[in-house]
Structures are given as structure tokens and as C-alpha cells.
Design a protein. Sequence first.
Length: 254
Amino acid sequence: MLIGGFSNAFAATNIVNNGSFEAVDASVTCDSPGFHTVFSPGTTITGWTVGLDSIDWICGYWLAQDGKDSLDMSGTNPADPEYDGIPSSAGSVSQDLTTISGATYNVAFWLSGNDDFGSNPLKHLTVTAPGYSTPFTHLTTGKGTDWEEKTFSFTATGPTSTLTFTSDEDRPFGAALDNVSAVLSACPTGYDLVDDTCVRSNHNPVAGELVPLNTTALFISGLSSSMIWMVPTLAGIAGVGVYFIQTRTHNKDN
């Protein structure tokens, strides 16, 4: 909606850093045939920490859902027992999100799977956040060609909320993960959601306090204030006009 050149629409901010896994440390190279194994406790994928054993950063081995990179949540690890001739073990990735205690956040992510070497096409992944832990599944029909969006919500319990994705496939060819996002969707009781942040309801700011401005509301408020001042002004102009007409009429009669 556009009023007087101001819009009250805004894009919700994704608080996940590097949700599509495009940014990596300079030491990470895209190895043949198009992936790089990151071992725990790895931090070479910007914003994320690798846990458990390992994950594979996919950089060309299949098509990503967003951008060009994604993850295979069960990485290749020569130190682990082999499965179908390829050593591997399950991994996890975690990120600490900056949140508002008591606020609700909507999380979205995309799943596919690595079905190489006739592995089980049903892939399993568990997602955890404050007060939330749920397994997700995806029946893959071809890696990088059948991405499926998954969603859930959680309520933050403090200023930091840890979001973790954990492979439930302790073998190669795990679930594929890409395009992770988390956005503020509801504020705690007593707060209003205004321009992608939480502001105290009916709050009058004190000196020195910074609060977000809703430009549309400000514009409409300005119009309202102007109209209030215009009423007596218009009434005064009308009064002068009536007086002038009455005076001319009175003079004519005389």
C-alpha cells in the first residue's frame, strides 16, 4: 500500500548468516568431483560450526537450491568404517542466532538427498532450536533435482538461540541442506511488531531513546495534525466570506 509516496511494506530480515553456505574460508577448495569435506569442529563455512564427525560442502557435485553451494549432512571420513566402499560419518551444523526473548521466529530450509550408489532414498535430518527438536524426512528422487521446503517455528528464550541441523544417516549419502532462513514473526506480550522489530505497545519514547519510525503512520499522523489545524483556518476564511457578503448586502440595501 502506497500513501503519499510512503510505503508500510517491508521485507522480513533473515537473521541466519550465510544460510545458503556460499561463503567459506579461503582455505576451502572445491575438490574433485565437486565437494569438500569439513570435519568437526570445523568453522570454515562462514557462520556455521560443524559438529559430530563431518559434512560435505557441495560445490558443484549437484545443483543447489539457492546459489551454487549446499551441504551433504553425512561427510566423507576415511577414519570411519566403510559403507559401499566409501568411508563416512554423520555430521551437524549449528549457528547462534541473535534473538529477542519471548519472540517467535519462523524457520524455513530446503531438503534434498544424496542417492548415490543405490543408497536408501529416504533421508533423515533432525532440527533443534529452543524448545524444539523434530526429525524431518525427504524421499529423494535425484540429488539436487527435487528440493523440498520444510518449515517450523520456535520461541526464543534469550538473546541467543542455537539452531542445529543433525544428520540421522551414519553413512555416506545423507540428507542435503540448503537455503536456511529465520525471520521474526511475533513479539512477546506487551510488544508490537513494527518494521521488523519489537516495540513496546503504547510506548512514549523518553529523551535519548531510539525507536523505529513507521513512515506511513508518521505521514498519516502528519496529515491528521495538519487537517486539525486547517479546520479553524477554513472556518475563519468562511467566516470572513460570510461577513463580507453580509456587509455588501447591507450596504446595497442602504
